[in-house]
Design a protein around this ligand. Structure first.
Ligand code: NAD
Length: 458
């Protein structure tokens, strides 16, 4: 433990990797998961399902209380995860960070948001590192899972851990304690068992890497070791930047093709028939969620720090950022065709969540669409089966409740703006009763034939 006085039971500094390796082989290692959110909770569940004892840590005491009784606090996660964890003998959750010395393996999945000037905000990550350092003991493996820029694990986390003492002796990373990075590849809303998604692992040194591979192999089907934590950190950013850039590309194509009278959705389907060298990405009303709009800035920030500004990534951000304004312009054009102004029109936004079939509204473009429409004088409501009401957020406090999607209600709107294509939305009902539909997701494709003059793609 972090103390400056020597203990009579001095630990064996040569044997720590062997000891942890043995605990892992015998499946006796205790796993700690710090941050029980969208990433941490399925992770904890995966290790519990693999038969390991898991302690979940979260500073939010309400979540700890919910977990104790199996009450779900994350909309899209299968309710079974909460029920399983509440019923499992091998799982407990706590807000007591003083217990971080108990697990042999500590997996950290806390938020990595952006600061006011789009700079990385590592306060949660370094906060946890300090919590761990206070109770760090020999033989512990610490793995960062939060998405971040290359170098975070080595330059921001490791120095905090390396300052820890145990029984008066400084703990050495790679000999006494072990540190690695492993990115999460959750895809909210997609019905896929996360343990079947290959898991990348990069250590700060060889022993750390090996122990991290051994630990994840207990719960995940396929674990891939890369040569360093930096490679694993960069791979995660590349995956997300790849999406951001390709979405920007189709969004830009969409705007040009609309002017040319060509349907971008049909173009993407056509291009997708090429069996190599192309993969489809789809346009939308703008980027949303906690990853794609945020993670690229972790890379651009790091790039600036090393004096290599990355224009391509920034440009993608710019194009995507313009989408809500473009969509609102298309709503205005559609209303104009009907002889109406935006000011005073009633607009129903369908889908508040940032992607289909989840209730997550973080960074959702729908919020900005509502704000922009309101600024132009429209009266705006929303319908979202996954978001019954809005809650105050950092930037928005809409104070709205989801309205029903039925004939009586639909006929009262001048325009219906489809921002998210949830499976649970009855698009046939919209096609039947809406006087104007502005569709950013091609959700009305099956009904387009009977919507002549009432459908605008945006
Ligand atoms: N959600 C995803 O689909 C996804 C996918 C890949 C990567 N990520 C990354 O994973 C990380 C976590 O994201 P998330 O979506 O799970 O976030 P989240 O907000 O759902 O969960 C984070 C949890 O951490 C807790 N927390 C905050 N500070 C803490 C502290 N000091 N100690 C203990 N707990 C603390 C919060 O209370 C919260 O429950 C982020 O870096 C994110 O970019 C998320």
């Amino acid at each position: 433990m972090a103390s400056s006085t020597a203990s009579p039971h001095a630990w064996n500094r040569r044997n720590q990797s062997g000891h942890l390796g043995r605990l892992l082989r015998e499946r006796k290692a205790i796993v700690g998961v710090v941050g029980l959110g969208y990433v941490g909770l399925p992770l904890a569940h995966a290790f519990v399902a693999a038969g390991l004892r898991v302690i979940g840590f979260d500073t939010d005491a309400a979540k700890v209380a919910d977990l104790a009784v199996g009450r779900s606090y994350l909309d899209h996660l299968a309710g079974a995860i909460f029920a399983d964890l509440a019923a499992a003998d091998g799982f407990e959750a706590t807000s007591d960070m003083g217990r971080l010395g108990e697990p042999d393996v500590v997996l950290v999945a806390v938020p990595t948001p952006l600061g006011r000037h789009h700079e990385p905000d590592l306060r949660y990550v370094t906060g946890v590192a300090h919590d761990v350092a206070r109770v760090l003991r020999p033989g512990q493996l610490i793995v960062l899972e939060s998405t971040t820029y290359p170098g975070t694990t080595r330059d921001a986390v490791a120095p905090i851990l390396a300052a820890a003492f145990c029984d008066g002796e400084r703990l050495l990373i790679g000999r006494d304690v072990f540190v690695a990075y492993s990115p999460e590849r959750e895809d909210p809303g997609r019905a896929i068992d996360s343990v079947s998604i290959p898991k990348l692992v990069g250590g700060l040194d060889e022993l750390s890497a090996q122990l991290a591979v051994d630990a994840y192999s207990l719960a995940f089907d396929k674990v891939i070791a890369v040569s360093s934590a930096e490679v694993a950190e960069s791979a995660k950013l590349l995956e997300n930047i790849f999406r951001a850039v390709n979405i920007a590309l189709v969004n830009e194509m969409k705007v040009v093709l609309a002017d040319l009278g060509v349907d971008v959705w049909e173009v993407i389907d056509a291009a997708s028939t090429k069996p190599f060298g192309f993969m489809p990405f789809y346009p939308g009303p703008g980027l949303g969620g906690h990853c794609i709009p945020i993670d690229p800035f972790y890379m651009t920030w790091k790039a600036k720090e090393v004096g290599r500004p990355v224009e391509f990534i920034e440009l993608a951000g710019l194009v995507n950022h313009r989408m809500p304004a473009y969509v609102v312009e298309r709503v205005a054009e559609g209303l104009n065709e009907d002889g109406k102004a935006v000011k005073g029109s009633r607009v129903l936004v369908v889908g508040l969540a940032y992607k289909a079939n989840v209730g997550d509204v973080r960074e959702s473009p729908s919020l900005e669409l509502i704000e922009l429409l309101r600024k132009r004088g429209a009266e705006v409501d929303y319908h979202d089966p996954h978001v019954p009401r809005t809650h105050p957020m950092r930037r928005f406090d809409l104070r709205l409740e989801s309205v029903p999607l039925d004939r009586a209600n639909l006929v009262t709107y001048d325009a219906v703006l489809i921002a998210t294509a949830h499976d649970a939305v009855d698009f046939a009902e919209i096609a039947e009763h809406a006087s104007l539909v502005v569709d950013t997701r091609n959700a009305m494709a099956a009904h387009a034939d009977r919507m002549a003059g009432r459908l605008v793609k945006a």
